[in-house]
Design a protein around this ligand. Sequence first.
Ligand code: GLY
Length: 335
Amino acid sequence: MYSRRKFLQTSALGSASLLVACADSETNNVNKPIVISTWDFGRAANAEAWTILGKNGRALDAVEAGVKIAEADPSNQSVGYGGLPDRDGHVTLDACIMDELYNCGSVMGIENIKHPIAVARLVMEKTPHVVLIGEGAQQFALANGFKKENLLTPESEAAWKRWLQKAKYEPVMNIENKLYNKETDPMPGGKDNHDTIGMVAMDAAGNLSGACTTSGMAYKMRGRVGDSPIIGAGLYVDNEVGAATSTGVGEEVIRIVGSHLVVELMRQGHAPQAACKEAVERIIRRNPEKAKNIQVGFLALNRSGAYGAYALQKGFTYAVKTETEEKVLDSPSIY
Ligand code: GLY
């Protein structure tokens, strides 16, 4: 039976969470519209999203336009054009998008198409499906006017060839490592190696949307798909509650359906940062030793415009843009 004592404990916990949620909102002191995105390269992406949000445009249009900036940037070796290839030298891209009505679209393992996020949006809007993969996704893109392009830049090809000398497969990413040398080390691992852009936004009408796009883990097995294009793992949007996205080792995020978990924790009253922290702790509980050596970060926005992040390791940053603020923040972390 549900005892009075248990009821009081639950109520007290609920009130505490609600207080935290309010405090978070007040501390950030933000209003809609707002856009937040993973990593410091999110700043340029947010600026592009703001060209739409700032004119009372739709959050869905804003997040698509925003992440396209990262997809087109060859210096960003974890997203789109210039992304590091799989172990066989193919750049394969993953992306998904979700709007305020649970509409969503995704492409997985698409090749030679610079803007997978735009293809994901077309999957959402022009097909009865949610996900298209590989050749089928490319065929759909070409049929809708996208052009085939070589996405492997000389820099990424050179990094892959350095990696091939040892072909050591270590899916470790995004851990701050001051010894990392971008010029000589083919394996991502330094502060400069970021992975995945995830962006969530709320427009002036109060509607939420999100987008997530990546070239995935560097030198991955051919056919490997991470969390980023999986609705609920790399991205989730619930207009009643909030939105969340993730970055880092996708396998760990998929196992806990991370972004959906963060949104559901916010539904239960957690503030965005507390929800992200709980998701990170769940990853640790599954395998504490493994969690010490990998990076995962979550980023969340709730309906009141409060936002927060949490990561396993130091080094995860995120970018925020509102009418009055434009900044990059360091995420708190466990380690
Ligand atoms: N988070 C990107 C990936 O694991 O592919």
